[in-house]
Design a protein around this ligand. Structure first.
Ligand code: NDP
Length: 332
């Protein structure tokens, strides 16, 4: 019999999440059976902490539910021939050390995953965040070589892939992030211009200085005031991919304008929100492209690894505060 540790949402977040909003519990898992749904015992090896957990917890969860999330897990016991013991899978089973599955909700890591590549990257550049960058740039921004792309939260999981894919696509790239170390990293991975949005005197001036002609594409991870200012720097017929709004997720009182209509009309902009799962039918294409670029060293990566399942809430809160460079993950 296996006892799993799980983190539950004790209390709905009010403003910024706090450690006391979470509870660590133990649950007893049933033994595997030949028939039915209890075919696999899995052990989480890496767990992801992501910004979406903040707004989705309010929308989809009730107090007492196990926190939502994805993991890279190892098959410990198997009564399903499609999953060998010791195989690694991606699961979406939330903040748990162990879980039982019939396999239907699991995806094996791509079969050509090199042994030398960390499996945790399946939660980052070769996983959901990488796919978000890939489809957001190709299908929503529809970037073309020679164009100028702006990305914020640029040193994070999605943003760092956006910047590098836009370079691969032949664009000039401007990235913004919240610390000087992150800005140095953005230059190291090849962005043309990068600045610290927290220390510039004027965001308006910094965006103008980085690209005096303006921006064709804006991959927006942040929303709020940043997006309102950036909107005025778009070129005519510019495209804005509304990927995330992390500057608004912890607001108790919704932020107010300025509103988007006037710059959108005068510049004839296109602004489109998207959720990466729209392209689930092209997941394999995206993962193979990202895996190739990572293996070739064309997409570099950094992971912010927090050790220990008991530190999941701190890793999540730290990521929301901007403590992560690259993908924030927890090693169990
Ligand atoms: P990151 O790895 O980028 O981590 C979050 C980062 O957001 C922090 O490191 C911090 O970086 C930045 N941040 C936090 N608060 C603020 C703020 N008030 N203003 C500006 N920046 C802030 O996370 P992800 O790459 O996983 O996600 C990035 C965005 O993409 C999120 O908004 C997320 O919800 C969205 N997303 C959307 C998906 C979709 O399908 N639409 C899928 C995946 C992610 P810094 O130090 O630079 O401030």
């Amino acid at each position: 019999m296996v006892i799993a540790k799980v983190w539950v949402l004790k209390k709905h977040f009010d403003g910024f999440p706090k450690p006391s909003d979470f509870d660590l519990k133990k649950i007893e898992l049933p033994n595997l059976k030949d028939g039915g749904e209890q075919k696999l015992l899995l052990e989480s090896v890496f767990l992801s902490v992501d910004p979406y957990m903040r707004p989705y917890s309010r929308r989809d969860m009730k107090e007492g539910d196990i926190m939502i999330g994805t993991q890279v897990a190892r098959v410990v016991e198997s009564k399903n021939p499609a999953f060998a013991v010791e195989a690694f899978v991606i699961g979406g089973r939330g903040w748990r050390t162990h879980f039982i599955s019939d396999g239907k909700d699991l995806q094996l890591l791509p079969s050509n995953w090199p042994e030398s590549l960390p499996k945790s990257l399946a939660l980052g550049p070769v996983g959901m965040p990488g796919l978000t960058a890939y489809f957001g740039l190709l299908e929503v921004c529809k970037m073309k070589p020679g164009e100028t792309v702006l990305v914020n939260a640029a040193a994070g999981a999605v943003g760092s892939v956006v910047g590098q894919l836009a370079k691969i696509g032949g664009c000039k790239v401007v990235g913004c992030a919240g610390s000087d170390d992150k800005v140095a990293y953005l230059k190291k991975i090849g962005l043309d211009e990068a600045f610290n949005y927290k220390t510039v005197k004027s965001l308006d001036e910094a965006l103008h200085k980085a690209s005096p002609d303006g921006y064709d594409c804006f991959f927006d991870n942040v929303g709020g005031e940043f997006a309102s200012v950036a909107m005025n720097h778009m070129k005519k017929y510019g495209r804005i991919a509304v990927c995330g709004a992390i500057s608004q997720y912890n607001d108790s009182v919704p932020q107010k304008g300025p509103y988007v209509q006037i710059p959108m009309i005068f510049k004839e902009l296109k602004m489109e929100g998207f959720i990466v799962s729209r392209w689930n039918n092209r997941r394999e294409e995206g993962l193979q492209a990202l895996l190739k670029w990572v293996v070739e060293g064309k997409v570099k990566f950094h992971e912010q690894v927090t050790e220990g399942f008991e530190n999941m809430p701190m890793a999540f809160i730290g990521m929301l505060k901007g403590e992560n460079l690259g993908k924030a993950i927890v090693k169990v």
